[in-house]
Structures are given as C-alpha cells and as structure tokens.
Design a binder for this molecule. Sequence first.
Ligand code: GLC
Length: 566
Amino acid sequence: MTDQWWKQAVVYQIYPRSFADADSDGVGDLRGIIGHLDYLAGLGVDVLWLSPIYPSPQDDNGYDISDYQNVDPLFGSLETFDELLAGVHARGMKLVMDLVVNHSSDEHPWFVESRSSTDNPKRDWYWWRPARAGLEPGTPGAEPTNWGSAFGGPAWEYDEQTGAYYLHLFSKKQPDLNWENPEVRQAVYAMMRWWLDRGVDGFRMDVINMISKDPALPDGKLPTGRAYADGSASYIDGPRIHEFLHEMHGEVFQGRAGLLTVGEMPGVTVDEAIRYTDPAREEVDMVFQFDHVWADRGPDPWLLMPLQLTTLKAIFGRWQAGLADVGWNSLYWNNHDQPRVVSRFGDDSAYRVESAKMLGTVLHLHRGTPYVYQGEELGMTNAPFRSIEDFRDIEALGQYTDAVTKEGRSPEEVLTVLRARGRDNARTPMQWDASPQAGFTTGTPWLAVNPNHTEINAAAAVADPNSVYHHYRKLAELRHTEPAVVDGDFTMLLPNDERLYAFTRRLDQTELLVIGNFSAETVRAEIDDAAAWAAAELVLTNTAAPTDDLTLGPWQAVVYRRMLSR
Ligand code: GLC
C-alpha cells in the first residue's frame, strides 16, 4: 500500500442516527451498521466515515460531544464499536471517525469545570470574556463581540455563575475550545492516539479551520438587515492554524501508516488548501472546501438562486488547477449538512435516475477523492417538509427563529428556502426497502422517512442492474482499475457552456473524455476532435449510447477512453 492510498479510494459517509436502527428506538445505531456492511462492501467503497457516535446530549445530533472516548448508549457501546471495526476491516475497508474538537458539549467535564469558577485550572480551556465595556453583563448587546452563531442568536452565552461570557460559534451547548492553551491541544492529541490505537484509520475533522482564533476577538461587519455580524475573519484559517495542524500531525500521525485525514474547512481558499494539503508540510491529506456548495447562494441567505453551470465549472476548474501539482482535492456533492444533490442540481422527478447518475459521473471523474453520502447511491431526494414542525435540525430551527422574529421575514419565504436547503433533507432515514418505515426501523423514526421510499430504496436498486446504485458501483470500479481517473491531469472544456460539463483527464498515453448534460435538452458537444472521440471506447454512460457526433440526450453522461500515440 502506498502512502497516498486514499487517492484511489472512494469514501462513504454514514450518518449513524439515520442509517439503520437495530433496536427499534427510532434512531440508527452501530448494530444497524453492522447489519449492512455487505451492502457497503458490495458498492465497492474503500472507507467508511462515521459521523459522531460519542456520548452527547444530541443538541446538534452528536456534534456536541460530552465524552470523546466512549460510545453513546443511543448507538451502542465500545464493544459493539470494536465488532463494527473488525467487520469493516474483515471486508477490506477502513473506518474513519469524526473528530469534533473546535468545540465540546457544555456537558463535557472539561467545560463543567471551566465554568465552575474563574480560577479553575480548566478555566482557560474555553473562551471566556467579560461583557462589552460600559454595558450591564447579560443585557442585550453586552456580548463581548457582535458575532452571530451559526445556529442563530449571538455567538456568546452569558454565564451568571462567574459573570462572564463564553464563545460558541455553533449552539450555546457547543462552547469553543481554546486551542491557544497547550493543555487543550495535548488532551485532544492523546484522545486521537487512543482511537488510532484501537484500530481506526483516520479522522474527518469537523470545522477544523476554525480552531485558531485571533485572540483580540474584534467585532465583525454587520450586514444590513441582519441581526448579527459575521466574525469569520477572526477564525477562518486563523493565525496559528497551520502550526496547530502540523503539531497535531507530529503528535498523532507521525510514524503511523495507512491513515486518512480530511479537514472540513468552510471558507477555505485554494491558496490555503495548497498549504493544508502539501504533503511536505505534514498537516492533513485533503480538505472539504465549500465553494461549489455555496455556488447557488447569494448574499441574501433567504433568497434561492438557480445554479449557473458556468459558475460551478469555474469553481471546480479553479480547485482542480490549484491543487494539480501540490496537494489533493476531496470531491463531494452531499453530506449530512447539504440538501440532496439530485434535487438541487439534477431533476428529481422525470430524470431522477439519469441525473443522479450524471452528477455522480461528473464528480467522481474529477481528480481527487470522492465521498458518497448515504442514500446518494440510490438517488435519494429532498423531503417534503410541510411546516417548520417537520424539521428537527437545530440550524433550521435557530435560523428560522432569527429570520422570522428578529429580521421580520415571512415564515413562507423562510420555509421555501429551508425546504430547498435545510440539512434535514440529508438526514431523513436511509431507504432500505418499500416497507412502512423503509426498513430503517420497526419503531417510530426520529425524523420522518421520505414517502418516496416505496419507489426509491436499496432493495430495488440492488436488484435493478440499471439503478443509480450499480452506476455508483461502476464509478468506484473505474477508479480502482483506470489509473487516469486517479492520477490523470485535468483539463476543463467548454467553460462557457450553460448545459454541458466537459473535461478530459490524461495520464501518459491514456486520455479520458467526460461530458455531463446538466439539462433536459438534447445537446451536441462542440469540442475539438468530436468525431474521433465519438469513435473511441465508451467506458461508461447512463442512458442509451450517444450518436456518433457527441450529441447527448437529457441528463446524459459519457466517459470515453482513447490511447494517444507517442
Ligand atoms: C460541521 C458539521 C455540522 C455541525 C457543525 C458544528 O459543519 O458538519 O453538522 O453542525 O460542524 O459541529
């Protein structure tokens, strides 16, 4: 196994709460995952990434951790975890854990101690600040900065016991850890080593580019019409971030082989990503950037903007070019925070199967490591949320409250956007079969199953050779068998075309041509060499083979291969 084995790997993300419920409490669990390992191995994925399974008050579905070295009874026990890990390894796959160390839960013993008194040894493990000068502590506007939290309300919570505020970039039950304190860093590294010693194969690092904050904590710019300012200039890719990640690498990963590390990095730039992923700098293997999932989002968060394909291509083109020589991309459409891609960038009605396959093809043929989010391989769609009562996500509920009560938006306007963008779209239970709760649970699911599970489900997809599932299986297989998919150069074609997404990949004498039609129209690809390409080997397509002049049908995708003479 080479050091950079993950270049050839496909990662599959499991959101345990919504994957499979073996004990009928309505929430997925580790035993449920164990029961579906053959399904995952059959898909041909190499790595499983588990969203958090640690003990947690579940304020943010486990992204608020109260014990980093255990399993929440909701999901199972350490023993069940070991059994899962052994089952994953026995099938030749790897397991990557979610690492959530920008913040802990407010119920973590570290924070319980920290808040207990100003002279507690752990006081400085979190960000405590006095009220704004001249203002009465605990009154509106007295927060140390004007920053908003990601989940609505201010980013500071007043704690009466010591008369001070603590910082929480997410919910008030997710206090930010103070990475300036070396004891915090050492405690985190020790915990990471403990999991690696247990046999896990790496970490997906939650909002890891936010752990270094400018200790001055200056006010942010307040956009007009918004209740709170954006403080991100003080903590995205902050002053000591590279130092911290390099230190972590030395303390945790040095001397261990076969691991995968991926940093979730909202707002990361290409230039920073080169630094984060340059192997010589020893920080992380790859990062999750957000530019492409923000491509259909304008300055007003409550306005839906249609996707411009040219914008999407410009973004991916920039990332592909930026990390061509140094560093590595991760590739994703979906995760537990994003709406379902077939509903977002495809057509989830008439061309659901075709567009889901086309989107998968285009993504997986880029240079980088592709991530599949549970249900994406079935072409699962967004859910029909009727009212705000149907949502469970703390982000949706918090943002709804701010928008409707503090910013005077109409509930309908806000709901329209939440229906399209809300994170619960990704979190509806995995659709295993056509039975009443989609085979997810025999109890009452914590979030309603999508009624379309009668048609869209794993049992049907596995049985149908033309399903989205088998197309994703072929994409994984192609990555494993065609080196040009892994290592080939990337060249974007037709950058100004609003319907076709086209590019080539080239490694030595092998050249691949990939075209995806992002429309329901029939479109001819006007590229150089079209006739020669049309006569080349058609490696993969999602509908009937195209005609001999590269004319693509609605939502069609094609991958051609040819050998160049020297
Ligand atoms: C990341 C997670 C998201 C979570 C947030 C706070 O963005 O993916 O689900 O809410 O961090 O931990």
